[in-house]
Write a protein that binds this ligand. Structure first.
Ligand SMILES: Nc1ncnc2c1ncn2[C@@H]1O[C@H](COP(=O)(O)OP(=O)(O)OP(=O)(O)O)[C@@H](O)[C@H]1O
Ligand SMILES: [Mg+2]
Length: 236
């Protein structure tokens, strides 16, 4: 069985008077680790994730998650169904320590979450080192790792991760890539990225958005060979 774990069918989203998403259709198969969303600034990538999560609800269209319609559900209901979200702006609590940030993200503490926590600390060793440090004192890269790691601790069927490499030094992006590779072996991931090399490392099924529409769906390896697409929609 390989029904999509997530599908969007002709989704439109308005923000105020602005018609942002203009009929997005995409799906993510239950098999297969990471799906990549690419596109220039302002293409509608973050709005797509926020719409899936019910934060900026769709005006029309259908969104299906694990076989259930979610387009009219509230964000907390969608989260409870097993969807995790790491927003663009590094959602960590600056005045809390790394440990406290983790504790706060655990809906329940049990054997499984402890196992996940141990695993996550192996994935992101720096976080272990700074366990008692306030998140506000971490570097940008470490904060981004914490933002992802604290969501990863809970068991999610699907993780939405929005541009994790934004503003990070190249060496930190490499470390992030390795961690994302291991995460997508455990959990399905939709990764929004503008860093093409990082995206290519993490996933192969890929969608390009432009002006609130899907303009490409295919393998990222094929896309890399299409100079016109790369130039027109990614500016590469
Ligand atoms: N709150 C808002 N009010 C008005 N317009 C908005 C709002 N949020 C987003 N937009 C507009 O919607 C469009 C898509 O924005 P979105 O943030 O989804 O793009 P993006 O692809 O994530 O871009 P970036 O790569 O810069 O993060 C942009 O034109 C943006 O200006
Ligand atoms: Mg964005």
């Amino acid at each position: 069985m390989n029904d999509p774990i997530l599908s969007l069918d002709k989704v439109h989203t308005h923000i105020g008077q602005h018609h942002i998403l203009q009929g997005i259709s995409l799906n993510m198969k239950a098999k297969g680790g990471a799906t990549i969303l690419l596109g220039r600034n302002g293409a509608g990538k973050s709005t797509t994730l926020r719409t899936i999560m019910g934060l900026t609800p769709a005006s029309t269209g259908r969104i299906n998650f694990k076989g259930k319609a979610i387009e009219n559900k509230k964000t907390h209901e969608i989260a409870r169904m097993g969807m995790g979200f790491v927003p663009e702006d590094r959602a960590v609590l600056f005045n809390l320590t790394v440990e406290e940030n983790f504790r706060l993200s655990m809906i329940e503490e049990n054997e499984k979450t402890h196992e996940n926590l141990n695993e996550v600390l192996e994935l992101f060793p720096a976080l272990k080192k700074f366990w008692k440090t306030k998140a506000g004192l971490l570097s940008g890269g470490q904060r981004q790792m914490l933002a992802i790691a604290r969501v990863f601790v809970c068991d999610h069927a699907l993780l939405l991760i929005d541009e994790p490499s934004k503003g990070l030094a190249p060496i930190v992006v490499d470390q992030l890539g390795e961690s994302l590779l291991r995460i997508k072996d455990k959990t399905k991931v939709i990764l929004v990225e503008q860093n093409f090399n990082l995206a290519r490392q993490v996933g192969s099924d890929c969608f390009i958005l432009d002006d609130g529409q899907v303009v490409f769906h295919g393998l990222i390896q094929d896309l890399a060979l299409d100079k016109t697409m790369m130039k027109n929609y990614l500016g590469i």
